[in-house]
Each structure stands twice: as C-alpha cells, then as structure tokens.
Design a protein around this ligand. Structure first.
Ligand code: NDP
Length: 444
C-alpha cells in the first residue's frame, strides 16, 4: 500500500467522527504524493508522516462562566499544539457554536503549512471554544474570556505558544484574554497577537489577512497578464477578513458586489460601501440586513448564498465548506475566472477539484490568508524588541511576504509538474519546509 494511503488509514481510525480533520489531511496527503514518491524510503525510515499527522499536544478543558442573570454556563475549551518544528505554536482561537475537536484539529493541521509558507519562525497550533459571543453583553464575554484563560495560561507563553483571533475572537476578546493572562502570570509579554495599538499590537494586523489575500490575488493575476481592476468581485462573510479584503479590492479598482452573514447576503450592483459596512459591523456589531435598510441601492436576500450572482472573481471569506459543488458549477457557468480562498477551507473538496478542472485560477486558503499570521509573526518580533513599526513599513513587509508565497508555490508547481495547481503547490512548498526541519530535529 502507498505510504500516504497507510497514513490516511491511521488518521481515519484514530480520529473517527472528525470529518473536517480527515478532509484536511486527505487534501495535503494527496497533493504531497509526488514528494513522498521521491523520498519514500527516507520518510518511512524516520516515521515522518506518522509524526506529522499526530499533534504534539492537545488539551480540552471546562470553561464555566456566569451570565448577567446569575446563571452558570459551561463551555468546552480546546488548544491543539500541532507542530513546533519551525517555531513556537501559532494559530488563532475560534469562538463559535460549531467548534469541536474536528474543527480545531483541521485548523491546527492546516496552520502548520500556512505558517511554513510565510518563511517566518512559527509552528502550527489552534484553539477555541463552542462559546458564541454573538448576543452576549460585554461583561458576559469578559467573564467567559477570563475563565477560558484561567486554564489556558498554563499552556501558552511568548516563546511557547502564541494564540491570536479567528471567528468570534476580535479586538475585544483579545483584550480580555490578554488582561486575564497578565493577571495569572504577572508577565507583560507577546503571548497573544492582534493586541490593541498602544499595548503591544502591530499596525496593519487588523487589515493583514484581507489585504494579504488581495496582494496574492494581484500577484497571480499579474503573471497571467490580468488584474483585479474593473472586475466584479463576490465576497462572502462580513467579519474581519471579509471587510479588509473588500477595502483592498476596492483600492485596486475592483467592484465588490456582495457581503453576507449566516442569515443572508447583501447585493449592490454599484458596489458595497466599505465604510458603511465597517461601521455597522465593527462599531455597532450589527447584521448585514441592516446595511440594506441604510443603503437604498442594496438588496438583502435572506438565506441565500452570494455565489448565485454573476462575477469575475470570487473571494469566500466566511467559514469552512461554505462553497459546494453546486456553487462551483454556478460560478463557472456565470463566467467567473478566479477564486481566492480567504477563509480556511471554504470550498469543499469536490468544489475545489471542479474549479481547478474547469481552468479557474484557484488560490488555496493556506496561501491566500497567510497574511494574518505573517503580520502576527511581525507583531511577535516587535514585542520581543519593544520597537514598533509604521503602518506603511508593516504593510510593505506583508506585500513582500505574499509575493514570496506566490514565488514559492509557483516554483513547487514547476518542480513537481503540477503547473497552475496552486493547491498542490502550496501544500508541497509548506510541507517541504516542515519536513526538512523535522528531519533535522530527530524523532520528537
Ligand atoms: P469573523 O468572526 O470576524 O467573521 C466571520 C464571518 O463569517 C461573519 O460574517 C460570520 O457571520 C460568517 N460566518 C461564520 N460562520 C458561518 C457559517 N457557519 N455560515 C455562514 N457564515 C458564517 O471571522 P474572520 O473574518 O476572522 O474569519 C473568517 C475566516 O477567515 C475563517 O475561516 C478564519 O479561520 C479565516 N482566517 C481568519 C484570519 C484572521 O486574521 N482573522 C486569519 C486567517 C484565516 P455570522 O456573524 O452570522 O456568524
């Protein structure tokens, strides 16, 4: 049996009931098969793949907290420390009711390769809870964050494991989590990224994931003799990644037609007004439906998906598996020519294969949303030396990193004979960096 198939069997039997994790591992193993073929004896000898698919450490814990009526609630917290071959574990915390071990393992596993692509010294981890911050008061969110950190602080540290935000964890949550960490440890250190400006945060971190996705898209299109200028873009989601992908896409001359949340989407053929949506989401914590109430040219579609609108470029920015095979067929039929995964694994495997087979220029999340963790890495280095950089300086560095990612994945495609398949290119380039470090560090 092929080495990658043996490993997939181990993953399936050891992680039953974890479909998202199995999906993520299968995608990586399928794409690195040509690398394994060239090095099979050596990798088998050192148990490389067996070690790669097993987290170094994984914890789950009880998180009790009290709501505004005095009622006690219990959520479950997680942190998976997947791989530290390249540096301290790094990866966000997600607070969303859908969070479970499968979601955390899939995100932690993907994070290893994404972090490798940035070229920085950061390993892969992920964490979170099934707590839903939506609809909770600030005091309730603070109570939850303090209880979560009362346990998590034992397991993280500026040179050990440095979490950040993700779905449901923005500036407010990072603030409460950081305050709780400091209370327990008496350390003011760069243990979380995405901190506020003035207390260790980096300029351009808020914008980094969305901006980075646009920089990578522009770089890919430039190699194809194209650009985003004048193109119709669909964005899903209306959170951190969606907002700043929208802002940068508009800056480079694209027209962004849509945004969404889990209730429905908004569509405006004149383009969504970024500042109106930003204020609604970041300051008023509102829903996209309210945007259509404020802006008369926009219409709100309850329950629909943005992918039904004709476009040139699609940028899914919400969550995993939000774009399925039917959506992929609709996009192709409507003339879409490029898709950038801004969220983590937003396309199902079937959808990804269909889009690539139909000649869509496809950038995988691992490469496209790496700008967030890259600027988190820059935040860690600023914290370490207590020197802070300007917005333009960090933004330029981000752009260089994204261009570097394009070069790496394109080179990997060339070397392993999969020209234009950036899913394979990203997986191979990320894997090679991690594999080389794991080889050098012995069986740990
Ligand atoms: P936010 O919480 O800021 O926003 C998430 C958005 O997606 C919201 O509009 C939310 O709508 C929507 N959404 C979430 N779950 C669902 C669902 N099940 N169905 C439909 N819509 C949903 O998260 P981010 O913008 O930070 O993250 C978005 C994606 O990008 C995630 O996949 C995340 O892992 C990834 N990512 C984020 C990075 C970052 O720096 N923030 C870095 C790299 C990747 P609603 O309010 O209704 O839930």
């Amino acid at each position: 049996m092929a080495y990658v198939d043996e490993i997939m069997e181990i993953v399936q039997s050891r992680n039953q009931g974890e479909p998202e994790f199995q999906q993520a591992v299968k995608e990586i193993l399928d794409s690195i098969a040509p690398v394994i073929d060239r090095n099979e004896a050596e990798y088998r000898d050192i148990g490389l793949l067996e070690r790669l698919v097993e987290p170094e450490r994984s914890i789950s814990f009880r998180v009790p907290w009290v709501d505004d009526q005095g009622q006690v609630h219990v959520n479950r917290g997680y942190r998976v420390q997947f791989n530290s071959a390249l540096g301290p574990y790094k990866g966000g915390l997600r607070f969303h009711p859908s969070v479970n071990r499968s979601i955390i393992n899939f995100l932690g596993f993907e994070q290893i390769f994404k972090n490798a692509l940035t070229g920085l010294s950061i390993g892969g981890g992920k964490g979170g809870s099934d707590f839903d911050p939506k609809g909770k008061s600030d005091r309730e969110v603070m109570a939850f964050c303090q209880s979560f950190m009362a346990e998590l602080h034992h397991n993280i540290g500026a040179r050990e494991d440095v979490p950040a935000g993700d779905i449901g964890v923005g500036g407010r949550e990072i603030g409460y989590l950081y305050g709780a960490y400091k209370k327990h440890t008496r350390l003011f250190e760069g243990v979380l990224t995405g901190k506020g400006l003035g207390w260790g945060g980096s300029l351009a971190r808020t914008e980094a994931t969305g901006y980075g996705a646009v920089y990578l898209t522009e770089e890919m299109l430039r190699h194809e003799g194209k650009s985003m200028e004048g193109k119709r873009v669909l964005i899903s989601g209306s959170g951190n990644v969606a907002l700043y992908a929208m802002q940068k896409a508009q800056e480079v001359g694209a027209k962004v037609l849509t945004a969404s949340d889990s209730n429905g989407y908004i569509y405006d053929e004149n383009g969504i007004d970024f500042e109106t949506l930003r204020i609604l989401k970041e300051e008023k914590r509102g829903r996209v439906k309210q945007y259509a109430e404020e802006v008369p040219t926009a219409k709100y579609v309850e329950g629909g998906k943005v992918w039904e609108i004709p476009c040139d470029i699609a940028m899914p920015c919400a969550t995993q598996n939000e774009l399925d095979i039917d959506d992929a067929k609709t996009l192709v039929a409507n003339g879409c020519f490029s898709l950038t995964e801004c969220a983590n694994m937003p396309c199902t495997r079937e959808a990804t294969d269909y889009l690539i087979d139909n000649g869509i220029l496809f950038l995988p999340g691992k490469a496209a949303n790496a700008g967030g963790v890259a600027v988190s890495g820059l935040e860690m280095s600023q914290n370490a030396v207590q020197l802070y950089r300007s917005f333009a300086d960090v933004d330029n560095n981000l752009r260089e990193i994204m261009v570097g990612i394009y070069e790496q994945i394109d080179r990997a495609c060339e070397e392993y004979d999969c020209k234009g398949n950036f899913v394979a290119g990203a997986n191979i380039a990320g894997f090679l960096r991690v594999a080389n470090a794991m080889k050098a560090q012995g069986y740990v």
